[in-house]
Ligand binder design. Sequence first.
Ligand code: NAI
Ligand code: MG
Length: 482
Amino acid sequence: MQLVKPGKLLINNEWCEAESGKRFDVFNPATEQKLTDVAEGDAKDIDRAVKSARQAFETGPWKNMTARERGRILNRVALLLQKHKTEFAELETLNNGKPISETLNADLPLAIETFEYYAGLADKIHGDTIPVNGNFFNYTLREPTGVVGQIIPWNFPLLMAAWKLGPALATGCTVVLKPAEQTPLTALKLGEILIEAGLPPGVVNIIPGFGPTAGAAIASHNDVDKVAFTGSTEVGKLVMRLAAESNLKRVSLELGGKAPNIVFADSDLSAAVDGAMRGIFFNQGEVCCAGSRLFLEEKIHDEFISMLKTRVEKMIVGNPLDPKTQMGAQVNKEQFNKILNYIEKGKQEGAKVVTGGAPAHKQGYFMKPTILQGVNNQMTVAREEIFGPVVCAIPFKNQDDLRKQANDTIYGLSAGIWTRDIGKAHRLAKEIKAGTVWINCFNCFDAASPFGGFKQSGFGRELGKYALELYTQVKSVWVSLD
Ligand code: NAI
Ligand code: MG
């Protein structure tokens, strides 16, 4: 397989151009150079893809396949991904700018595990028998939701495709997947593997394209039964509106975050420094659950900042393909400028740059890892998602003060707690309004453990058995025993 080849649309297991004939360029954010170009799908292509997915759902071999056979196909996808792991990791790094150490050790293993996990779950999805009043036999069927549209972002392009496809295919749904316009390459390469693994035509259709055209066409299509979206809260609201105004398709949303990462004075400070770094610099901070609000108990504030500064200034930021690189390039100029603007705004509102705060290199969208201190929870940098390697240190006095501030955000995706007092940790874990809480760790993931948001971070849980709820509906069947 050639590493960076031009991309097409995948409809009905055939690679084709967009009806408009349009193509768009895909870049390497580390060099700012064009990597290749890809067919640009729009509403017409989405419509073709939906027709193909509908046919596969209603009449194709997929419908008659047993759950165990579906599981075997998913297992083959995992094995093929494993076989081509290095190529996928390199392609992801080239297109997204993230370090190869992360694509090899996080994105790829997690994507493979996701397919393995749902391969094993496929034949364990079933209904109940329910003791009802009267002379009846009542049971439930858990049926696939149907044709699902999946719109994914650019920060974990392959992994987000895996999170979406794994449970959808395990349950027997068919899919129209739209990768982000910045990073369509690994999703297209995954398409080759899906075909090789034996997925019948029409079961997964992959349409690269832009949000307002291809994405909106999925959300508003009358023959799409469900839309799953990961991206900004702003577009999440739009997707929900389009879903409501069209056919009331089911919606699940995984949106932004502004996670509190809370360090108490009684924690293992050196482990907490590690955790603070993992929380904000992993994937250049382009992570919805990033620990972007670093709450430091007053007593240890200065000591902690100084420990963190020493570590941060040693970070290697540069060529994402170099195995030693710890932080790569931001995904594109738009995100890069957005981060710089937030840092300016932070300074205007009174925050102080401890380290970083500027581009790291002359070429490529590289940012220096940045610490802002003197932030309070009302400042713009503490309220809005920066989506970059910028951590905002906020001091707190005591637990009451902390609790109020930690939950004072429109988001609720994740949180971190660092303390040696386990009672305090568990009490706080219960009080924090977030879908994931990490105690003495951060950014831990497993295909078996659910992930999703409270509040405006969205709703619905991906991963684990919970994701099956997103792709199935329950039918109650009554049988008279008279
Ligand atoms: P976005 O929300 O615009 O894009 C995410 C996906 O939605 C992409 O596939 C895009 O093509 C699609 N999309 C965009 N507009 C659409 C529309 N009108 N209808 C349907 N689909 C549409 O995010 P963007 O602009 O790339 O990034 C902006 C900010 O969003 C980031 O700075 C970050 O704060 C946040 N974000 C959060 C992510 C998360 O993991 N929760 C992922 C990506 C971005
Ligand atoms: Mg956008």
